[in-house]
Design a protein around this ligand. Sequence first.
Ligand SMILES: *Cc1c(COP(=O)(O)O)cnc(C)c1O
Length: 404
Amino acid sequence: MRNVYFDHSATTPVHPKVAEEMCRYLGENSGNPSSFHSPGRIARKTVETAREKVAAILGARPDEIVFTAGGTESVNMAVMGAARARRKKGNHIITSAVEHQASLYTCEALEKEGFTLTVLPVDRYGLVSADQVREAITGQTVLINIIHAQNEVGTIEPVEEIGALAREKGIPFHTDACHSVGRLPVDVNKLGVDLMSFAAHKFNGPLGAGGLYIRKGTRWERLMYGGSQENRRRVGTENVPAILGMGLALELAVADMEKSAAYFTVLRDRLVNGVLSTIPNCILTGHPSIRLPNLASFCFEFVEGESILLSLDGRKIAVSSGSACTSRLLEPSHVLLAMGVPVDVAQSSIRVSLGLGNTEEDVDYFLAELPPIIERLRAMSPLFGCEDEECSEGEDCFACTAKR
Ligand SMILES: *Cc1c(COP(=O)(O)O)cnc(C)c1O
């Protein structure tokens, strides 16, 4: 049996060169970057070199990059820090209905502090409209918070347009770019963002390492207190090997970005066409073209996404149902619901996300394994009616007797 990992949106394997470099560092160095002796200076240099690298790639200045322990932490810091810093100016936050949980729940937590939220709806493809952002702006608006590439369905939001609008109105703008940094060209000035979150493990870097871009001059309040690391914006001893790994991973991802995107597009299209042409009652979710090259998400009516996931896992194919974070809850995805997908259909969703290690053979194996799984699960599903309008099997036809 092949072993196919199709869940690169949940996390990606560490690039071998990154692992090698991190192991080398761990074997050779032990200094704390805040120490003044030579091991400390080596650690400091390692962190600052990575910072320069990351900053240059994202179009930022090194002192605008704060290293964190991951995407969720960056998003929390960005949203809370920017909103609270402007609390005297106003209390209104504009966000979207298709944010990652990290954003969604941070905004909800701010509501408890007295902020009011406008959660913008999306169209059937999961797109937020810049016009709606414009209409939502009030004199009280202190933050606009819109995801860049949506992590469940792959739709790419019009962040550039929203960024231009935010600048015109002088309102800070944060984008959760955890799903785009390393996968799409991302430049903080082109996007017009004031704050931007990213996570190393989404671009073949290590887990537990992320970054937050804070544009110079942006009013921002820190969340943590302690030492003086990261200019007091994120305190605690730096995770030096992970920061080193993140810098290298981003460099490698960006160097090969065009090639990888072209490669993913071919594989993804083969997969999407294969699924849609062999399985009835199946829809591709997300925007048909304004989407990430490596992600496809589907709904297979009348079956539970979790059952598909487990059946595929039995065939050594790893995918996710809905989003990785909600998939333990058996709750339909808030993203699909926001896109107007009915609850029962939303519960049948599967996300396939490709990575550099995937091949055409992986896709073909998936395309061979999936249809019988869906067919078997549908045959057992009380929701799936018999498709034969003149079925004469009566009680012997499970689908007929199970018909709603
Ligand atoms: C993965 C992800 C996060 C969370 O990042 P962690 O590093 O896992 O905390 C946040 N937002 C988006 C869009 C993501 O894809």
